[in-house]
Design a protein around this ligand. Structure first.
Ligand code: ZN
Length: 294
């Protein structure tokens, strides 16, 4: 089943619901970063969560999640655009503590710390930033706590990544249900019960449900309509031109120094693990550009 995200509204606009299947993009993240199973699960939950939260904000903003914590994972970053591009990484891709209760111990791998949510206008400008303590390090709970506490939107959020015995991602996805102003208390309780009864998000995906079918199952008792469907994918914003700009930003003296010593620049993007290489000739071209421009 292809990755995708669906948005729906229900109960006369007082319920917002989103669901996503992210199996392929989480597996791509695993391959790019070489993550061990627990790190794969943590990164996959964060990527899926960033996409879901990103789909609830303004169309001209990018949503970033940053977890800084004391567990073996040493934290992670993920960010998503309204168009459905998401990228991210964990600081320690080999983190894989012993399973707990037969499950990957994502909370143990993350540890205690903070969740920082940022919203950055795509066109530049001032960003919104909120930092909250982690609740459990399981990521879905932490994001739900942020939504309820900081954004004051009652939210039920589930994120799941199933890692096969060989390390590949067998199913990943999640959903977000929110009650908006005007919703009845009973509606909020109904959603909580529906989520409590539902199988795990990764199980819904593995059973072959597409995002719209996931919402039909969760909102069986709530009249609702799908208002948007979109593709989602792992996609980074790095490029050779960005790397060149970063080198130019180091300044003439620094580039001259590199030309005198290593005579090359090797760089790797943290977000997608792409490697970039600037040889002596490209460095001299950049230096000439700097000299002519100033
Ligand atoms: Zn990149």
């Amino acid at each position: 089943m292809a990755d995708g995200l669906v948005r729906a509204v229900g109960a006369d606009g007082t319920v917002r619901a989103l669901a996503a299947v992210t199996t392929d993009l989480v597996d791509e993240a695993r391959r790019r970063h070489g993550t061990a199973p627990t790190a794969t699960a943590a990164l996959g939950r964060a990527l899926t969560g960033a996409l879901l939260l990103g789909a609830t904000i303004k169309r001209d903003e990018r949503l970033g999640l940053e977890i800084s914590a004391d567990g073996p994972l040493r934290g992670l970053l993920a960010d998503a655009t309204p168009a459905g591009d998401v990228r991210g990484f964990v600081y320690e891709p080999r983190a894989h503590p012993p399973p707990r209760g037969g499950k990957l111990d994502v909370g143990g791998a993350v540890g205690r710390g903070t969740l920082c949510v940022t919203r950055v206008p795509l066109a530049g400008g001032s960003l919104y930033r909120s930092v909250v303590p982690l609740v459990s390090g399981e990521i879905a709970e932490d994001l739900a706590s942020y939504l309820v506490g900081s954004e004051q939107v009652p939210s039920a959020l589930a994120l799941g990544v199933f890692v096969e015995p060989d390390g590949r991602v067998g199913g990943a996805g999640g959903y977000l249900l929110q009650t908006l102003p005007g919703a009845t208390l009973a509606m909020g309780e109904l959603l909580v019960r529906a989520v409590a009864r539902a199988p795990q998000a990764s199980e819904l995906v593995r059973s072959g449900l597409e995002p719209a079918a996931m919402l039909s199952l969760l909102l069986a008792a709530v009249p609702h309509a799908v208002i948007g469907e979109q593709d989602v994918r792992f996609r980074c914003r790095c490029s050779p031109a960005r790397v060149a700009r970063a080198v130019v930003a180091m300044g003439r003296a620094e580039i001259q120094d590199i030309l005198a010593k290593e005579r090359r620049v090797d760089a790797q993007c943290e977000f997608c693990a792409a490697r970039y290489h600037l040889d002596e000739r490209s460095l001299r071209d950049l230096l000439a550009e700097l000299t002519n421009g100033s």
